[in-house]
Each structure stands twice: as C-alpha cells, then as structure tokens.
Ligand binder design. Structure first.
Ligand SMILES: [Cu+2]
Length: 151
C-alpha cells in the first residue's frame, strides 16, 4: 500500500510537470525561445540498403520554420526502433557538407525498413541541448546488388 501511494504521488508530480509544459506554448511567443521545439527533416527520406550511403537532414526550429545553420550535432544514432528493432543500429559518421543548414552522415543500412535518426545538437545562441529525430526508409535497390538480409 505504501509503495502504491508513493507511485501515485510520483505520477501526480509528473502529471503536474506535463501540464506545466503543455500550457507554456499556448502563451504568446516571446523573443526568448526557451520553449522552442525542434525537428529534423530528411533531405531525402529514402535510402538504399546494403551499400554505403550518405543521409542528409536539416534542423528546423518549429516556431519559425527556419533551418538552423552551424549547429553541432552529436550523439547521433540510427536504428530500427520504428520497426521494433531498436537494438539494430547502423554505423554513422559525420560527413562534410557545403551547406551550413544541411547536416550529413555516412552510413550503411543492413536491412530494408524504417530507421530512426536521433540526434542531440548544440545550436548557436541556444543554451540547452536540442534533441530531434526523423525517420528514413531504406529500400532494396532494384539492381539486386545488395545481398538479402534476414533476421
Ligand atoms: Cu532490422
């Protein structure tokens, strides 16, 4: 009973935090943007399976709809969580980009399906670390060059 009581108290506290967070965006936007949310947008949502490829994303500030330039992305992870395979991660390495609002990574996807790219980023002028994610879809190449992959 005591244990249940504590859980209920924790749940109530979490609910209070959720309510506080969801009520904030309803207010008129101020110049400071501590409540700004961010999203990743895939430049090309479809990626080939089996061969080394480069994926590219933009980081968008939701409140303005503008892409962020010169962010520093780190802790990037690409895995098949959308298809229930969160343990299946793909190698991911930062790649050079000639566009300051486009962030590129090289990878090699071992399986067709949906892949979630999650990143943390430092955005110029923003104190807190930004988190954002987007989903890519990998498809078998029509040439059949990629060997079939099975679980
Ligand atoms: Cu898989």
């Amino acid at each position: 009973m005591r244990r249940f009581y504590l859980s209920a108290a924790v749940a109530a506290a979490m609910f209070a935090v959720l309510v506080a967070n969801t009520s904030a965006p309803a207010q008129v936007a101020s110049e400071a943007q501590p409540d700004a949310t961010w999203r990743l947008e895939a430049v090309e949502k479809t990626l080939p399976v089996g061969s080394e490829t480069t994926l590219a994303v933009r980081l968008i500030q939701a409140s303005s709809g503008k892409p962020v330039a010169n962010a520093v992305m780190f802790r990037a992870r690409l895995d098949m969580a959308p298809d229930g395979m969160g343990d299946m991660a793909a190698p991911l390495a930062p790649a050079a980009s000639s566009d300051a609002t486009v962030y590129r990574f090289t990878t090699r996807l071992g399986m067709a399906g949906r892949w979630l790219l999650a990143v943390q980023a430092k955005v110029p002028g923003v104190t807190e670390t930004v988190q954002a994610e987007t989903i890519f879809t990998s498809v078998e190449q029509p040439t059949g060059a990629a060997p079939p992959h099975r679980h």
